[in-house]
Design a protein around this ligand. Structure first.
Ligand code: RIB
Length: 308
């Protein structure tokens, strides 16, 4: 099979991860139980997820000209990801994220974008050739929306599939939504975008339809342990998740989106691709940290064939 090609235009962070019994209250100092630094950022995570799932990946973004930037570039290159369109920014540091992981695996995250916030439409225009050579483009909302819009425009000119993971939740201009083939919000993002909490199957389908009306081609709502709901012109269909022990949910959504992109680039249907992505997302919650938890293709296929 020809290797699928996926472009990612997005954010990259150094994640500073604290395990703790809970989040501290205002004014409180709490003793944590573990600490680690990991390559993260939704763009970089989705790039690594796509590379491990089998794609050639072109990453477009900005790193600082600092130690974090150097270390992250080495890790991404080691994954085989092309960084020819990653700018080393001398004016701003590499993006950082403070992540607290609680004993049940849930996390809370503060991101400071730094260099990510300086990715421009012009930077993306320089990478047009690389984006045009890919059949899927993955976007998130951790870089300025003008950069994402420029990338979506470039991708649509060559007929690529544009996947937008609307994270972290923010207002999305109609001009960007009109170029999105697949939107992948999680529950809080769905709530923020539609005002509908997708707690019941009916409400989830209603929220998906409300998003379709805003101009996207299809919606895949990610519902954690309830799996995912595909909503498109053919209707709404739930794709179940896989039962796994939860250690750290960080980057589960990124694993999902990276794998979804690869499966669509391989020509699978949206429902088949969503099942592949659900397996990748489930595997990602079984390990600590963003980068280390993103599964290899073999692991995804093993889970899908019921051998885990
Ligand atoms: O989706 C998880 C990611 O969100 C983390 O890696 C962190 O950097 C934030 O961008």
């Amino acid at each position: 099979m020809v290797q699928p090609r996926v472009a990612v235009v997005g954010g990259v962070n150094m994640d500073l991860v604290f395990s703790a019994p809970r989040r501290p209250q205002p004014g409180e100092t709490l003793v944590g139980t573990a600490f680690g630094t990991f390559v993260g950022g939704k763009g970089a995570n989705q790039a690594v997820a796509a590379a491990r799932a089998g794609a050639h990946v072109e990453f477009v973004g900005r790193l600082g000209a600092d130690d974090f930037g150097r270390d992250i570039a080495a890790v991404l290159e080691n994954e085989g990801i092309s960084l020819r369109h990653v700018i080393r920014d001398a004016e701003a540091g590499t993006g950082v994220a403070e992540i607290v992981v609680e004993p049940d695996g849930t996390n809370s995250i503060i991101v400071v974008p730094r260099a990510n916030g300086r990715l421009s439409a012009r930077d993306v225009a320089r990478a047009r050739g690389a984006i045009a050579g890919c059949s899927v483009l993955l976007l998130q909302l951790e870089v300025p929306v003008a950069a994402s819009e420029a990338a979506a425009r470039a991708a649509k000119q060559t007929g690529a599939t544009v996947i937008l993971n609307p994270a972290p939740a923010a207002d999305i201009p109609a001009t960007l939504l009109a170029r999105v083939d697949v939107l992948t919000p999680n529950e809080p993002e769905t709530m923020q975008l539609t005002g509908i909490a997708p707690h019941t199957p009916e409400d989830a389908a209603r929220a998906g339809r409300a998003l379709l009306q805003r101009g996207v081609g299809a919606v895949v709502l990610t519902l954690g342990e309830r799996g995912a709901l595909v909503v498109d012109e053919d209707g709404a269909e739930r794709v179940p998740s896989f039962e796994v022990p939860a250690v750290d949910t960080t980057a589960a959504g990124d694993a999902f989106c990276g794998a979804l992109g690869v499966a669509l680039a391989e020509g699978r249907s949206l429902r088949e691709a969503t099942r592949f992505a659900c397996a990748a997302g489930a595997l990602a919650v079984t390990k600590m940290g963003a980068g280390p938890s993103l599964p290899a293709r073999q692991e995804i296929e093993r889970l899908l064939s019921g051998q885990e």
